[in-house]
Design a protein around this ligand. Sequence first.
Ligand code: KIV
Ligand code: NA
Length: 264
Amino acid sequence: AARTRIHHLQQAKDEGRRFAMLTAYDQYAAEIFDEAGIEVLLIGDSASNNVYGNDTSLPVTVDELLPLCRAVSRSARRAFILADLPFGSYEVSAARAVETGVRFLKEGGAHAVKLEGGAYYADTVRAMVQAGIPVMAHIGFTPQSEHSLGGYRVQGRGEDARRLIEDAKALEQAGAFAVLMEMVPADVAAEVDKALRVPTVGIGAGNGTTGQVLVWQDMAGLRGGRMARFVKQYAQLRTTLSEAARAFGDDVRKGSFPGPEHSF
Ligand code: KIV
Ligand code: NA
């Protein structure tokens, strides 16, 4: 199949179809999800938590995310490659955002970037699109602003719904090719999708968005601990891998691996 491009994502919205997005941070995840037909692969700044062992997405840097982006873009044949702009790499000015965006396309092989923020970032988005960098905007709960927002909380409830819709419209107006919503009431997210021409992507935003995204280690049950309500686990990779590692360790200690068939 041909490479997924922005116009295919737009076509999905126009024709009432949906598309799927997963994070990917390395070669095998990228290959497997690409072959499985996942339309968009996100090199999320969630690599901070899921690759680099941090508690939040805040510490991850451009220099840490770029090599992961390169690995994913080299490994996927069909998927659209989207990279997150890390915290601190775009906020200070539109010029800084353009510079960072250029690095993700040029050095990382990304096809587009995603940044967190509402109408305040309209000028930034406009400058990036002008420079040839497609932008997905991320609104609702924005993990990079966790400390401003007072933790992981649903956004856009009650009075705030109006502002969320206005943010989405301003970002579309500025040239964003899509808007992602995280932890937003389902009815509000559906209203945003209806109000926009461009596609929306949801995570914890109900079933009314054009696309859906999950962090792959959550989706596949690799990560341990408590899962957010919006996660559905489609596999139990943590158990599978743990059992494999225990069996290998036991075999080695018993002297039953390697067998003659593994030896020269
Ligand atoms: O970094 C990330 O994983 C994200 C989510 C929307 C999946 O931005
Ligand atoms: Na992110």
